[in-house]
Design a protein around this ligand. Sequence first.
Ligand code: PAF
Length: 296
Amino acid sequence: MRIVVFGAGSLGSLLGGLLAREHRVTLVGRDPHVSAIRENGLRISGAIEARVSPNATTDGTDLAADLVLVTVKSYDTAEAARTLSTGEFGAVLSLQNGIGNEERLARDLDSPVLAGTASYGAALEKPSEVACTGVGRVVLGSPEGGESALAARVGEAVAGAGVETAVARDMPRRLWEKCAVNAGINPVTALAGTENGAILAEPAWPIAREAARETARVARENGVALSEETAVGALRRVTSATRENTSSMAQDLGKGRRTEIDAINGAVVEHARREVPTNALLVGLVKTWENSRGLR
Ligand code: PAF
């Protein structure tokens, strides 16, 4: 299968590298990573060891493939959709944080769009070298939920490259559950400047827990059956499993970069029918930080 990975950051490079063991992969990313991959190939280290030679390019226009994996930050989805609309793809799979990425991609693209989550841990060590910091799973399916023959075919191809994969019929619930986890962990660890595990204790835990509870309420207001117990249970489980990790948002703040607050807590506020004070407060604080750095 010909596969394009649009967004060769840490997760995109890891998944693209794993898929390149079986498929013809093109990574779309930035220099110096792209030039280094062209020169040396891509090295995967850590929990999985491999050396592969995918194609790599900085120009994502006019590409053609059976499948494109979108792994860019959620605030780059609109630009990714515009660029990908110049190409031809059998299917588009979003593996991004937050709510609304699939809808945004579908607006510009003729190809069918699938929703997915990826729980592999990845870190870009240096150009052309990515570390697998935890073997996770790719779960994918129709963004509306239900059976999808296309999702089953894509799932088979991804699994065929040795990537842990599951095809799910309840992607809307899974996306909102992941959003609840990110809504609790990401802004709290970013603003407090801590690793994930620190939020399991007072005084951070009640804040993170309330952000996840509000997210579950908003999911239900939007027709998605996610209980507060399930959301808080997932938050506790993922936080414990990643206790030593620095969340993506904490990394973004640490490096002075824009965050994905709009697609996570911002999406909760946007979709809410009733007040969601904890999410609104977290959005306000993170955006204040972004404004002070001129990142918006
Ligand atoms: O965004 C992240 O960092 C990750 O989704 C998670 C699960 C919070 C782990 O750090």
